[in-house]
Structures are given as C-alpha cells and as structure tokens.
Design a binder for this molecule. Structure first.
Ligand code: PAF
Length: 296
C-alpha cells in the first residue's frame, strides 16, 4: 500500500531530499494541484555558480517550487569517458540547494531510474550524430532518455538548462516539442570566470597549467565574434588562429551553425561552437554571433 504524503515530503522554507521517483511524482502532483508551478533544474551534481544561476532563474519563474535533480546518468557516458571519476559531492550539493531555497532535491539511485531489462530510449535524430555526437556516439540518446524520464517523473511546468551545453539544450527543446511534453524549456546564458573560462564541473580536473590553457576556448569565441561583420570565414579564421596559438589545446571541432544548429546563414544570427581536449579533459563552449552586418 502506498504511504500517504506527510508534511515531511515538502517543507516550505527547507529543502527535502527524495530518492523514490513515485513518491517525488506524488509530491509534485500535489503541489501542482495546490496551484504551484514546478521548475525542474536537472543536474549531475558537483554544483557550482553556473548551477546557482540556473536555480535563481528557476526561482523567478511564476509561482514556482524549484526541484533540482542530482543524478550522474550512466547512459550518457561512453565506455572510455569519465563516469567513474565524475565529481560527486552530494552533501555540499544539498547545502547549496538549501542556500538557494530549493524546495525539493530528487536524487534517485541508478537502479530506481533504470529498471532491469529496460530497452526503450529516445532517438535524438540526425543532430545527435553531429558536433558532440561525432566524438561521443550515443551520448545524446542517453541525455534525452534520462531527461524524458525526469520530465515524466517530475511533471514540471518549466525545465531550466544552461546554454553552455548548447547542443544538449537545442535537442531538449526539440524533444519537448516533437514529443509533446507540454512544458517550457528555458535556456540560461553561460556563467564565466573573470578570465572567460566557462564554468563546468569538469574544470575541477584541470591542472593549473591546463586551467590557464583552457581560456583559449573562450578567447577564440571572442576573437571570432569580434570580426563577425566580415562573415563566416573571418570568424572561423580568427577563432582558429587563437586556438592554434594556445599550447596543449587539442581542437576537436570549431563550427559555425544557425541558432537551431542547422547550416550557418551568410548573414544574421549564428552560433560559434568549439570543443577541445586540454590534457585529458574535454571542454566545450559556444557563443552567439551576428554574421555579416559590417559593424565589427
Ligand atoms: O547537463 C547535464 O548536467 C546532464 O546532461 C543532464 C541534463 C542533467 C542529464 O543527465
């Protein structure tokens, strides 16, 4: 028999941690029935200032209770990727959630998220094989599948994601539309260190020397955006020159695309995206650029 909800399932003014998907779903359902909106911030933990910004954006959406999910999703890591060493800091993550006045933390186990014998996944379509997908086959099927599960469990009104993972954000927008999830996907601009480095949980892997070399990614985006009035070739050349001058930065891709990640237009809004390995750490970054307006 399912146990009735009690005041311990949601305490206004404090954070409540839930591990059981069914119980969490009943809590958010009850909150919605009481007239609240649910804003979901999906994370893999190791929370930093970038996540705080996502939570703050979620707080200012209308009448929301914020739910932060913390789950290092095994299905989005390739066999040679960093699943085992991905930073895990659950206690301090919950402290951050408390400081940010998060209502609910959802921290399921892998066994609760993936029942034995589950085989159905979300196919991201062709964009899932491009850019990040070329180096990380299956990554976006893993991301979209777990995000779809989180949407179904939490039943949010809003779901908030960072623009740092721009391809992920684009695919989640598409999934929400194509599969009729009936929620608003909200994108939040990247938070950067004063020297431009985009905040990422993976920055913790960098040595001091690598940390300094890693600023080449954001510097390349700035250099490209600076000459955007001269068109796509100038943007790519400026960005590539900056990356080539940085020691220890092994470029994976540098691409200009349309904002929806289709082919870049000759003029107008575009997105410049970069991925590179610095030491053994793979980093990504991106920025909006306005091509060919002649106003560099
Ligand atoms: O961006 C992330 O942290 C993850 O890809 C996400 C969206 C939480 C899915 O595991």
């Amino acid at each position: 028999m399912t146990k009735p909800l009690t005041k311990d399932d949601y305490q206004p003014g404090d954070v409540t941690v839930h591990r059981d998907p069914d119980r969490l779903r009943r809590v958010t359902k009850a909150l919605k029935a009481a007239g609240r909106n649910i804003a979901l911030v999906p994370t893999m933990g190791a929370l930093h200032e970038g996540h705080r910004k996502l939570i703050r954006e979620a707080q200012v959406l209308q009448n929301t209770v914020v739910v932060v999910s913390i789950f290092v999703n095994p299905t989005q890591f390739g066999p040679n990727e960093d699943f085992d060493r991905y930073p895990r800091s659950f206690e301090s993550d919950v402290d951050i959630c408390r400081e940010e006045r998060v209502g609910l933390v959802f921290a399921p186990s892998a066994d609760d998220m993936y029942l034995p014998g589950s085989t159905v996944t979300v196919d991201p379509g062709p964009l899932g094989d491009e850019l990040e997908g070329r180096t990380r086959p299956g990554h976006f099927a893993g991301v979209l599948s777990v995000v779809a599960k989180l949407f179904n469990i939490v039943q949010p009104t809003y779901a908030v994601f960072g623009e740092k993972d721009y391809q992920q954000l684009t695919l989640i927008h598409r999934m929400a539309r194509d599969l009729n999830f009936g929620l608003d996907v909200v994108g939040v601009p990247t938070v950067r260190e004063p020297d431009g480095l985009a905040l990422s949980s993976r920055n913790r892997y960098l040595s001091a020397e690598e940390r300094s070399a890693a600023t080449a990614l954001s510097a390349a985006l700035v250099a490209g955006a600076h000459v955007s009035g001269r068109g796509a070739d100038a943007v790519l050349e400026a960005a590539r020159t900056t990356l080539a001058a940085a020691p220890g930065v092994d470029l994976d891709y540098l691409e200009l695309r349309a904002p929806d990640l289709g082919p870049a237009p000759e003029n107008g809004d575009a997105r410049l995206l970069v991925a590179a390995r610095v030491g053994s750490t793979r980093l990504i970054d991106n920025t909006a650029v306005l091509l060919g307006t002649g106003d560099e």
